[in-house]
Design a protein around this ligand. Structure first.
Ligand SMILES: Nc1ncnc2c1ncn2[C@@H]1O[C@H](COP(=O)(O)OP(=O)(O)OP(=O)(O)O)[C@@H](O)[C@H]1O
Ligand SMILES: [Mg+2]
Length: 506
């Protein structure tokens, strides 16, 4: 048996009010992909931060190839051979691919040339590194000219340059489509063959089984156990993540009553040949009160563009939008909000959370904006509102005054959904609402959406997870290449939807 490349022993970490890690052990072997699983707030990202020197640990040992280490910063960790690639690629978008790979470590030319950067060598070595993960792209182009998936692979190449022994990926696939996930996994398999130890965090259970050799589960800041992936079935994995009682309760839960489509005849939103040149071909879309309309399509199919047109973030240059049968044109989101439309965007870091504000303030934000400056929510009202949604969506936080930036990723996402639900919109547009959210919480959010729909709220549910769209939608609109290619009724199989989404270009 080979010896471990990395061992964490008895790791303990407290933040003010939160005991985030309690006596956690983790062992990584060279040449394995190891999944780190657990509910939102279980402590996964914190464990990674401890390991990579982002936060200090209170107790415990980190052993790299048997030697005790104590990285003081991510750079420190990288120099030791422990590299991390985050979901939000933290590279410089306007620099070239090669510059991103070598920033801070450029190959230099000799004294004769004044120690200038050796560009030919930089480019050649960049190409070699990318070849190691099977990627052949123009390394002189800017990073932004490539997809997020490719950008992530560039981040991996950068990590590899620093002769990594351990590669850590925290939710790397949450903004990738199926093809891109397959490519990333091909890369990970290559690296596994080359002897790297890979630690991988995800909320997609199927991905765990597709790629990992072993699984460690955290629950409430403690390690529940460690298994070979082949020996831990999905139900057992879920039970380990949730705890046995909770898992059993989940299984017993009956799906909410179906919405009666005839009871909701009022056409709330009617888009007629609505389009924007270069962004979205003219489409027809009707949403009735109480209806959940699913929008299915690959990344880049026009889903987000559609949402932005409906919410006044972009201006259509074709067609008409009607609310309650009356033509409207939104110059700003504020006007859309006044008409009862809410939009929970996909990019929570960029468009969503205000990291310095408290959880309470973040939840109250959109409602306050709708009420206007003359009707300020009192602190008591804000508290009541926040408490209600913390309970309804199971948001995990030490208290309501905690800056939202300190919540775990999944809990931030829930707070963002709460913010828009709090405005009691007539039409709620959700763009990838369950991204980064654990299995149990996904169900809670879907239940809450269905409950609200049954009270008459209309929902536009945008998701790359077809299984969710099929489960929740009364009707499914399929987009491809920025065009609406079809509409499918409730009860359509996942396969049929996938076929329509992925069908060959016309
Ligand atoms: N800097 C901090 N200050 C206070 N509390 C924190 C801080 N960082 C994390 N926490 C808390 O520690 C707990 C664990 O958070 P962590 O981010 O590790 O969860 P996670 O398992 O990665 O969850 P997710 O799946 O949602 O990303 C949470 O309760 C979180 O609010
Ligand atoms: Mg996390």
């Amino acid at each position: 048996m080979t010896s471990p490349v990395l061992e964490l022993r008895g790791i303990d970490k407290r933040f003010a009010g939160v005991h985030a890690l309690q006596d956690v052990n983790l062992t990584l072997y060279p040449g394995e992909v190891h999944a780190l699983m657990g509910q939102n707030g279980a402590g996964k990202s914190t464990l990674i931060k401890v390991l990579t020197g982002v936060v200090s640990l209170d107790a415990g040992d980190i052993l790299l190839e048997g030697r005790a280490i104590r990285p003081g910063s991510p750079l420190d960790a990288q120099k030791l051979g422990i590299s991390t690639v985050y979901q939000e690629v933290n590279l410089c978008p306007n620099l070239s691919v090669a510059e991103n790979i070598f920033a801070g470590y450029f190959p230099r030319r000799g004294a004769l040339h004044g120690f200038g950067i050796d560009w030919p060598a930089t480019h050649r070595q960049s190409r070699e590194l990318l070849a190691r993960i099977g990627l052949d792209i123009d390394v002189t182009r800017t990073l932004t000219s490539y997809s997020v998936a490719v950008q992530q692979m560039v981040a991996i190449a950068r990590a590899l340059k620093l002769s990594s022994k351990v590669l850590i990926l925290d939710e790397p696939t949450s903004s990738l489509d199926d093809d891109e996930v397959r490519r990333l996994f091909d890369v990970l398999r290559r690296l596994r063959e080359q002897g790297l130890a890979i630690l991988f965090v995800t909320h997609f259970l199927n991905q765990v089984y597709a790629i990992s050799d072993r699984i460690t589960v955290l629950r409430n800041s403690r390690r529940v156990g460690e298994w070979r992936a082949s020996e831990l079935g999905t139900p057992a994995l879920i039970a380990a993540m949730l705890g046995r009682e909770l898992a059993a309760a989940q299984a017993r839960q009956s799906p909410p009553d179906d919405v009666d489509p005839n009871a909701a005849d009022h056409v709330l939103l009617d888009a007629v040949r609505l389009g924007q040149t270069g962004q979205l071909q003219p489409i027809d879309l009707r949403v009735r009160a109480g209806e959940v309309v699913g929008i299915a399509g690959l990344l880049g199919s026009g889903r987000t563009e559609l949402a932005k047109l409906l919410f006044g973030l972009e201006k259509p240059d074709e067609g008409e939008l009607r609310i309650d049968g009356v033509p409207v044109s939104f110059a700003t989101p504020a006007q859309a909000i006044r008409h009862g439309i809410a939009f929970c965007p996909e990019e929570r870091k960029a468009d969503g959370i205000v990291a310095e504000l408290s959880l309470r303030e973040n939840i109250a934000l959109a409602l306050q904006a709708r009420l206007g400056a003359r009707r300020c929510l009192t602190r008591a009202e804000q508290n009541a509102l926040a408490e209600r949604f913390v309970r309804a969506l199971g948001i995990k936080a030490a208290n309501l005054d905690m800056p939202i930036g300190l919540l775990s990723g999944g809990n931030q996402q829930k707070a963002l959904i709460a913010r828009w639900l709090a405005t009691e919109p007539r039409l709620l547009i959700l763009d990838e609402p369950t991204r980064g959210i654990d299995v149990a919480a996904k169900q809670e959010i879907m239940d809450e959406i269905m409950r609200l729909a049954s009270t008459g709220m209309a929902v536009l549910f945008i998701s790359s997870e077809i299984s969710e769209v099929v489960r929740i939608a009364n009707r499914i609109v399929v987009l491809r290449d920025r065009r609406k290619v079809g509409e499918l009724p409730a009860g359509t199989s996942e396969d049929t939807v996938c076929e329509m989404i992925g069908a060959e270009h016309g």
